[in-house]
Design a protein around this ligand. Sequence first.
Ligand code: ATR
Length: 284
Amino acid sequence: MLVEKHFAVIGDPIGHSLSPVMHRAAFKAKGIEAEYQRFRVSPERLKEAVEGLVSLGFDGWNVTLPHKEKIIPFLHELTPEAEKAGAVNTVRVDHGKLTGHNTDGLGFVRSIEEDTSGLAAGKDSRSHGKYAVILGAGGAAKGIALALADRGLKLHILNRTAGKAEELAGLVRARGGEASWAELVPGAWLGQADLIVQTTSVGLKGEKFLFSLQGINPQALVVDIIFRPAETLFLKEAKSYGCRTLNGLGMLLHQGVLAWEYWLGEQAPVAEMWTALTKAVAAD
Ligand code: ATR
């Protein structure tokens, strides 16, 4: 069978990326002859890799760590979303012109708007918190913070290295949002937050969170962007206080859905992509 479209994901490391599984499921469901590969690209070979992908006729690719910012000089144009985030997770090739786009922020917002732990569950108005607390101030936190501020949420950003929280809060404010910042320690914010988003790498190895969540608002929606393990000890504790919780798999799904739609110009088969993702995670 003739493969008509070519897509990929580039990053380093890349071995555990679930993007191929999710995108292949989407192509299959839509009967589109396309392939989606993953390539490990070291930072020093990024420029050559981009040129190679273009030479080989790729129609687009996803970009993951550590290339989301470093790829920008090799692109011709950025969408407003990529411009705003200062990072690219999706590239589209149109007649040799490379456009960088970013679907991480909106993907996160969609994942909290729609409870993806059961797509049938539908909208949940409780997820539209007025006061959002973001734990961490790295690349992932930045995309999420800007997207939430765009939606009119008031942010409080906490980070171990307080200077980075200050910097991110400054960026949010410079873009018209509301944000305060502090060092990552427990405080009154626990009881006040409508939405708490855990973006640090703490919990990836199954370890305990940095402090107890005692005093947490039981009405809060608590999100951990980690999805392996499926339930971090942080989420488990939040759940024990009665909070509704969500891991990062919904964010992964929706950034992928938005990327797919950006490339293909048609609605993505969300349910099939979600099934593929959950099956792949369960088989891990
Ligand atoms: P990503 O792009 O995935 O967000 P990152 O930019 O490396 O990754 O950010 C990692 C985040 O996890 C940072 O907020 C980091 O805090 P620092 O800025 O202080 O380094 C946070 N982090 C990682 N390990 C941590 C730990 N043991 N305790 C507290 N925060 C931690």
